[in-house]
Ligand binder design. Sequence first.
Ligand code: NVA
Length: 418
Amino acid sequence: MNVFQAVRGALRAMRTVDRARKPYLHLAKNKSTFSLGGSRSESSMASAFKIQEAPDPKTSPVCSYNEWDRLEEVIVGRIDNSVVPPFNSEVKVCSPEKHWDFFESNSGKPWPREHLLKAIAEVEEVCNILTQEGITVRRPDPIDFDVEYNTPDFKSTGMYCAMPRDILLIIGDEIIECPMAWRSRFFEYRCYRELIKEYFKAGAKWTTPPKPLMSDELYNEDVVMLSAAERTEQHRSGRHFTTEFEPCFDAADFMRAGRDIFVQRSQVTNRFGIEWMRSHLGDEYTIHELTFEDPRPMHIDATFSILRPGLILVNPERGCHQIEIFKKAGWDVVEAAQPLMPNEHPLWLGSQWLSMNVLMLDEDRVMVDSNEIPTIKMFEKLGIKTVKASMRHANSFGGGFHCWTSDIRRQGTLQSYF
Ligand code: NVA
C-alpha cells in the first residue's frame, strides 16, 4: 500500500457512514510528485492529483467545485438595513462575552451608524476591485430585518444578508440554501431569492433542505455558560450547543475540494445536518469531518482553509486533529500569520483570525486585508499574489472576504484531489 492509498484509507475511516467510492477514483500514475515540504512547483500537484475529470456540468451560470479555480462570478453580501440580532443563546454562544452588553442594549436596533457606513464603504471597494479583476459581482436584496416574526416555535427579528457564505452552499451547478441554526437568520434566504430564481431559470440546480423548526429542542442552552475547557470536554463526548433534534448547517462550515468536502461539527452545524448533506450528495462526493482545538467552533474558514491542491492554511491556535493525514499525502500545511487586528476594535461576531478568512481569485491570487501585513507577506512567500483591500469595519459583523462572498462560478470542473 503506498502513502496515497493509506491517506485515502484514513480519510475514509474518518467518515461515520461508509460509502463506496465511484470507480473513476483511480490513483494518478506519477506519485513521485508527492513530496513533503515541496516547493511551489513540487506542491502544485493539481496534475498529479487529477485523476479523471468528470464530464462538464451542463451549461449553468452556477458552477463551483472548490475554493481556488479561477473565479468568474461572485455574490458579495450587503449590510444595509441590518439590525443587531436578539440577545439569545445563539448569539451568546458565538460572541465574545465582552460584547454581551452591546447585544443586550442594541437588539433589534440598527448597528452603530458610523461603523456601518465604514463597513459599507469597504465592501463597495471590494466589489470595485473584484470587478476590475474581471469578476462579475452580484448583490442580494436586503429585507426589513427589524420586522418581528412569529413561528409556532419562536419569535425573532432578523439580522442581515452580509454573509452569503453562511447560507449558500455551492456544489457544482447546485445552490443549496442552508438550514442555518440562528433564529434571527430564519428568513435570510429571501434576500437571495431573486438571484437564485435567475440562476435556476438559466440552468442551475436549486435545493432547499428541510427548514429547521428551531424550537427549544434544537439548543442545549446550558452550554452557553460553560468554560472553554468544559465545552471542549463536552464536544469530545459529543455534546454541543446545537442538539441532533433536526438537521442544521451553515455553508461556511464546509470547505470544498472537488469530490472531497471537509466539514466541522460546530455550534451551528450538527451531525444530522452533515448526514443530510451526505445523503443528498450521494456517492459522487465524500464528506470528511474534521475536528479542531476550538471551544467555540463556528464556520471552518477562520480555522482551516484549502488554498489550492497541495496547500492548506491552518489557524495555529486551533489545531486540526487530522492534519497528519494531509501532511502524509505531501500537502504543505502553512500556519496563518498572527493577526494585527487591534484588541480594542469591536469584533461583535468574530475573532481576530478573520485575517485568514481570504478569498482565492485563482490558485495564484488571493484577496487579503491590506492591514494584515504579516498575512500578506506569508502569501507572497508562498508565491501567491495578494489583492488587497481593508475590511476592518466589515470584519466587525462576523466575516472576512470568504464570509462576505459566495463564489457562484469558477472555471474548473469536478475533480478528485485525493
Ligand atoms: N468563529 C469564527 C468566524 C469565522 C468566520 C472566527 O473565528 O472568527
